[in-house]
Design a protein around this ligand. Structure first.
Ligand code: NAD
Length: 479
């Protein structure tokens, strides 16, 4: 039982102004795994003021000093790596192998890329007599979700520290353990007081207070499109910079000459990973219509190979994060059946033998049309929708026919053709032939999937203001 009821403000663990405990549920057992405190506006105000005070000094640190801090964080993170992975499994149900190899690993990975970028990032450049300087934007507020909890924290905090910003983090109240351990790591690494602050809480109170606080210069939000819109509205009166990483409904176009065994199996696996709780999951698989039967056979076998069970056991999939999400997913699976999609495998109800825990059957629908609810709405569960297309132009049109634009996937035997399709897809990241994750590649969305980009050097831009100093190299007029 974890007791994580304190906040971290100005370099110290402090009690909330008005303690309000919240139980954190382990989704694999439905038992209480720990308790946190929900914060208030007063806690946010304390944390923002600490960050503001620290900004005066931290914004003036040298590149070398900031590299040193980031390297100390990496060293401390390495010591706590196992704790981090265990916390993620407990708070959101990721299987131990995934928590270690991907979830916890990406947390450290983003700090490592921040160091690599910082080593030769150009904060200044001269154009004629003008000098252009990139300066830290100021105090940042970070609001993060539960699905890849430490990945989403690290990809904001790493570049923000690298650029000399100070910050307040509010992790998801549903999966707050990893954020607490992250904070312990930063404390142990000796991040100066006030530079990084943690306030737990819910969206409507702490999230809203952070998004509207006049002393916050930018908000970086990852989560649902619904909450992202609220954040932007709350930030508008004080004209903050708002960065949003929101939902997705990503198309996965499999061309006629693709290796179907590989592309279909890989596509299904990418959705099932993390029980379908990834914003960039390739949830709409587009295949040549005349080959639907062949695809169904491969997809069925692939989905059924995804064993579901105790995340500490030897399974590919754990539960989904909460009862709320479980109910939402069940409702959408039922909608798929009601609207006439072909249920290939899975379906409503719990997997056999799993009566406790928020487990969902790996589910595949075929003969889906793009007007069906399961093709339009982000399900955030282990559900693949297979749609048939007549020709490539139509596949691209259907692929782009979504309010989202986070990611897209293309597989095919002819690289030139695959690239042509990629060029026509309206998405922030296009993955060709199952390419692996690249932490240096910009990550973010077109359309209602968000604004701005995270990861690698592109992330730095989100935390920097641009100052042009005219006449910087000009001779003084009187000379
Ligand atoms: P959510 O929007 O409910 O919560 C995300 C965070 O926002 C939490 O910390 C929550 O407390 C806070 N929040 C909620 N309402 C708020 C408000 N009115 N004002 C300020 N903060 C508020 O999302 P979730 O359920 O935790 O995460 C799932 C969603 O996140 C999915 O839609 C998924 O696609 C999206 N997501 C996107 C990305 C990306 O990079 N694009 C990555 C991960 C998750």
């Amino acid at each position: 039982m974890r007791e994580y009821t304190k906040f971290y403000i100005d370099g110290a663990w402090v009690d909330p102004v008005a303690p309000k405990p919240l139980d954190v549920i382990n989704p694999a057992t439905e038992d209480v795994a720990g308790v946190i405190s929900l914060g208030s506006e007063a806690d946010v105000d304390k944390a923002v003021r600490a960050a503001r005070k620290a900004f005066a000094t931290f914004s003036q640190t040298s590149r070398e000093e900031r590299i040193d801090i980031l390297e100390r964080i990496i060293a401390e993170y390495q010591k706590r790596f196992e704790d981090m992975a265990k916390a993620i499994t407990e708070e959101m149900g990721a299987p131990a192998w995934l928590a270690q190899r991907a979830q916890a690993a990406m947390g450290i990975g983003h700090v490592q890329t921040a160091v690599a970028v910082l080593k030769d990032y150009k904060f200044e450049e001269d154009r004629g007599t003008t000098r252009i300087v990139k300066e830290p934007i100021g105090v940042c507020a970070f609001i993060t979700p539960w699905n890849w909890p430490v990945n989403q924290i690290a990809c904001k905090v790493g570049p923000a520290l690298a650029t000399g910003c100070t910050m307040v983090l509010k992790p998801s109240e549903i999966a707050p353990f990893s954020g607490y351990i992250w904070t312990e790591i930063l404390h142990a690494a000796g991040v100066p007081a006030g530079v990084f602050n943690l306030v737990n809480g819910d969206g409507p109170t702490v999230g809203a207070a952070l998004s509207s606080h006049p002393e916050v210069d930018m908000v970086s939000f990852t989560g649902s499109t619904r909450a992202g819109i609220e954040v932007a509205k709350n930030a508008a009166p004080t004209v903050k910079r708002v960065h949003q990483e929101l939902g997705g409904k990503s198309p996965n176009i499999i061309l006629e000459d693709a290796d179907f065994q590989r592309a279909v199996t890989g596509g299904v696996a990418s959705v099932m990973m993390n029980s379908g709780q990834s914003c960039n999951a390739p949830t709409r698989m587009l295949v040549p219509g005349q080959r639907m039967d062949e695809v169904i056979a491969i997809a069925k076998a692939a989905a059924e190979s995804h064993t579901v069970g105790d995340p500490n056991g030897n399974h590919k999939m754990g539960p989904v994060v909460s009862e709320t999400q479980w109910n939402k997913i069940q409702g959408l699976i039922q909608k798929g059946i009601d609207e006439g999609a072909t249920l290939v495998t899975g379906g409503v109800g719990r997997p056999e033998g799993l009566d406790k825990g928020y487990y969902v059957k790996p589910t595949v629908f075929a003969n889906v049309t793009n007007d069906m609810t399961i093709a339009k709405e982000e399900i955030f569960g282990p559900v693949v929708s297979i749609l048939g297309y007549d020709n490539v132009e139509q596949a691209i049109e259907v692929g782009n026919d979504t309010e989202y634009g986070l990611a897209a996937y293309v597989s095919g035997g002819d690289q030139a053709e695959v690239r042509k399709v990629a060029a026509k897809l309206r998405a922030g990241q296009v993955n060709l032939n199952g390419a692996s994750t690249d932490l240096m590649a910009p990550f973010g969305g077109y359309k209602m999937s968000g604004n701005g980009r995270e990861w690698g050097d592109h992330a730095f831009g989100e935390f920097l203001e641009t100052k042009a100093i005219l006449g910087y190299s000009a001779k003084v007029a009187a000379e």
